[in-house]
Design a protein around this ligand. Structure first.
Ligand code: ZN
Length: 117
């Protein structure tokens, strides 16, 4: 069973085989996540047989995961754990960026107060 995201014009459909993903335009069996960044998660699947994860650094057989799109437009299927790892990495970067912005804002505020006196 695959559940597709209905955002962006995609429709909700049910598919029962790996080939349903493999035959999609833009699908690649392997994507180098160091060269191409994750753009969107477009579907979730849970299938009976195990196939290799599409991340170049992983290739672990899995039967539950997500169909994802990268910035280049390439699609691949990646295991449940890999999606969690990628999303955790993105969240960590967002938190670091937010922290830097807060420090910058705080510094600006201190400088403005010191100039007013
Ligand atoms: Zn993986």
């Amino acid at each position: 069973m695959i559940e597709y995201n209905i955002d962006g014009g995609r429709t909700l459909i049910a598919v029962g085989e790996w080939e349903d993903m493999y035959e999609r335009v833009g699908f690649k069996a392997v994507v180098d996540e160091a060269e191409d960044k994750l753009k969107e998660v477009i579907a979730r699947y849970s299938l009976k047989s195990r196939h290799s994860c599409g991340l170049k650094s992983c290739r672990t057989p899995h039967n539950r995961g997500y169909l994802v799109v990268f910035n280049s437009g390439s699609e691949t299927c990646i295991g449940n754990r890999c999606v969690k790892n990628i999303l955790a990495l993105i969240l960590r970067k967002v938190k670091m960026l937010l922290q830097k912005r807060l420090i910058l804002k705080s510094t600006e505020s201190i400088l403005l107060k010191s100039n007013v006196r």
